[in-house]
Design a protein around this ligand. Structure first.
Ligand SMILES: [Zn+2]
Length: 215
């Protein structure tokens, strides 16, 4: 990334702030979810939430620098024994395939429900809403956003390869869902990725509530 990148400390603080806001919304309860942002392109390094971190109490000091294999060669910023989230490989797929500067992953109620409800279609289409215009490059409510759904898997290398296929198959998608698990989205900056989380969580909740209406 160009030399205009924020410092690692500023990036960690911005991710910690996002974590507290998402926790307050109920999108990352019980230490769920994980966040990352690119701090260096060559060599590739992501600053990432460690496994098991509570997102409501992040300070920014617990983040780990993760390499292109999803490993944290150095200890956390506090020198702790923290290890990177097992889902680091999925963040790396998004960075590699989308050129993202930040990747945010939530475990909200609505993403969990809809990822199951629409799993038989391997995705869900959202169209006709003004809020779609909050997604990068979207100019009209008539945009049709396809959100691929990937079956959940505890084998991370295998899941990462399925995610890679979904990202390549749907090059315009702004997000994907893991079935009965949660939402992944991204952006050029942390602010862009955070806006995408807010827009998509809004749209998923709208779709979810609407789908329970009598037709
Ligand atoms: Zn997760």
């Amino acid at each position: 990334m160009p030399s205009g990148l924020p410092t690692p400390n500023a990036i960690a603080r911005a991710l910690a702030d996002a974590g507290r806001r998402f926790y307050a919304r109920g999108w990352v309860l019980g230490t769920s979810g994980n966040f990352s942002a690119v701090v260096s392109q060559k060599p590739l390094r992501l600053l990432m939430t460690p496994s098991g971190a509570h997102k409501g109490t992040l300070t920014g000091r617990e983040f780990l620098a993760v390499n292109e294999r999803g490993e944290a060669p150095r200890k956390g910023m506090k020198g702790s024994k923290a290890r990177p989230s097992a889902e680091a490989l999925l963040h790396l797929e998004v960075v590699a395939n989308r050129g993202a500067g930040a990747v945010l992953h939530t475990h909200s109620v609505w993403s969990t429900i809809l990822s199951d409800l629409y799993a038989h279609n391997a995705g869900l289409a959202i169209t006709g809403y003004e809020m779609l215009k909050g997604l990068d490059e979207v100019r009209t409510h008539q945009h049709r956003e396809w959100i691929p759904i990937v079956e959940n898997d505890q084998d991370m290398p295998r899941l990462a390869s399925v995610v890679r296929q979904a990202l390549r198959q749907h090059p315009r998608a702004h997000a994907f869902l893991l079935r009965r698990h949660g939402l992944y989205t991204w952006g050029r900056t942390i602010a862009d990725a955070e806006r995408h989380v807010e827009i998509l969580e809004f749209l998923l909740e709208v779709e979810g509530r609407r789908s329970s209406w009598p037709s």
